[in-house]
Design a protein around this ligand. Structure first.
Ligand SMILES: C[S@@+](CC[C@H](N)C(=O)[O-])C[C@H]1O[C@@H](n2cnc3c(N)ncnc32)[C@H](O)[C@@H]1O
Length: 370
């Protein structure tokens, strides 16, 4: 197996928004001096924060494996140019699917604090930055992508930071929105992640999780039950289970969020028609873009997990991928279901009435859009 560590060509990153100096060059570590006064509005289990992690992109090492580039030895998706392009396309698909919106969350403040976990190419925080110029956005990832972490695009209100969401979070102020898109398979302990998110949200703050995974029944087509695709999906599930990072969508179950303390859990499913079969103009566009993203994703989703089992060679996986791709190109009525879950941290006493009003407004909004 061709498995070597390659140094990343270093690029400058925009400075951390967690710093208070507008022109210091890169991320400096937070010190106790940066610690803000406790916020009297927040819950009793308020976060006690010592520092944020914000690192230079220099010295980042990648792992080259079977012709793909990965950010470390464990996360299953690559982060090379092909994957970056796939993420860019997926972001555009989401924009169409969400009717131009970047979030389902009703952000009431003009200066919300937003955390995007596993930001990838950073398309989402970059879009949010334009839509909420008053926002403070922290976008984190374990890997460096050309447009996200390590980007040459400097936005005044977005800070890209290298951080592993499985570690203890060290943000010093609570967020109004914590966003996770496309993180299925990244965590073995979603309840622990939700607990941290809950602690780091302001009262009334939202978490939003968006996922679809071909290994977890998100993709289907006529006769997909008896296909190379079903072999492929089941092999990925077994491999992920063996690796301790289940490839299912159980983390989107409302009960997992309510167990962490969240309320007002809402689940929304949107369907992407995949392929050339749709007739409606919007669906046609989605269909073509979805097909491109899925064809590109087949190898990205499977190569590392399947070869890691020891039962598959890279060539064996690639041969299966080709068969799956051929099936996708000829499949009838192929669709991919994208699931979004939003949930809220409860307000503290004095905010309860404001919350009631917000709920009524959201209900009214739902009624008007359906
Ligand atoms: C499939 S990509 C989705 C990227 C982006 N959220 C989007 O929707 O375009 C998943 C991202 O999560 C990142 N990731 C995986 N495990 C992570 C972790 N433990 N902490 C932070 N980010 C992680 C990966 O490096 C990758 O960039």
């Amino acid at each position: 197996m061709d498995k070597t560590a390659a140094p990343h060509s270093s690029k400058s990153m925009p400075e951390s928004l967690e710093t208070d100096s507008a022109h210091t060059t890169a991320k400096r570590r937070w010190t106790d001096e940066d610690e803000p006064e406790a916020d009297s509005d927040t819950d009793s289990d308020e976060i006690s924060i010592k520092s944020t992690k914000s690192l230079e992109a220099q010295n980042i090492e990648y792992v080259l494996e079977n012709g793909r580039r990965y950010c470390n030895d464990t996360y299953f998706m690559p982060n090379d140019e092909a994957e970056q392009t796939r993420l860019n396309i997926t972001h555009q698909i989401c924009l169409i699917l969400f009717d131009g919106k970047l979030t389902d969350v009703p952000l009431a403040k003009i200066d919300p604090r937003i955390l995007d976990i596993g930001t990838g190419t950073g398309d989402w925080p970059i879009g949010m930055s334009a839509e909420y110029p008053g926002a403070t956005i922290i976008a984190t990832d374990i890997g460096v992508f050309d447009n996200g972490l390590g980007s040459t695009v400097e936005l005044p209100n977005v800070s890209f930071q290298l951080d592993d969401a499985r570690d203890e979070w060290t943000y010093h102020e609570p967020f109004d929105l914590i966003h996770l898109r496309g993180l299925a398979g990244a965590f073995s302990d979603w309840p622990a992640l939700y607990k941290q998110a809950f602690r780091h949200l302001a009262p009334g703050g939202y978490i939003e999780i968006i996922d679809a995974d071909p290994a977890a029944d998100s993709v289907s087509f006529l006769d997909s039950g008896d296909s190379y695709f079903s072999i492929f999906a089941s092999a990925m599930r077994s491999a992920a289970e063996a690796a301790g990072h289940p490839r299912d969508l159980c983390h989107l179950s409302p009960s997992v969020l309510t167990a962490a303390g969240f309320v007002d859990v809402r689940v929304k499913e949107r369907v992407i028609p995949i392929g050339l079969w749709p007739t409606d103009a919007r669906e046609k566009t989605l269909g073509k873009m979805g097909l491109i993203a899925l064809l590109e994703g087949v190898e990205a989703y499977s190569l590392r997990p399947l070869t890691a089992t020891g039962s598959w060679t890279a060539q064996g996986v690639r041969d299966l991928c080709e068969k799956v791709k051929t099936e996708f190109l000829t499949a009838s009525q192929m669709t991919c279901v994208v699931k979004t879950v939003t949930a809220r941290k409860p307000f503290v006493r004095s905010m309860a009435r404001k919350n009631d009003l917000l709920q009524k407004l959201m209900k009214l909004d739902d009624e008007m859009t359906t």
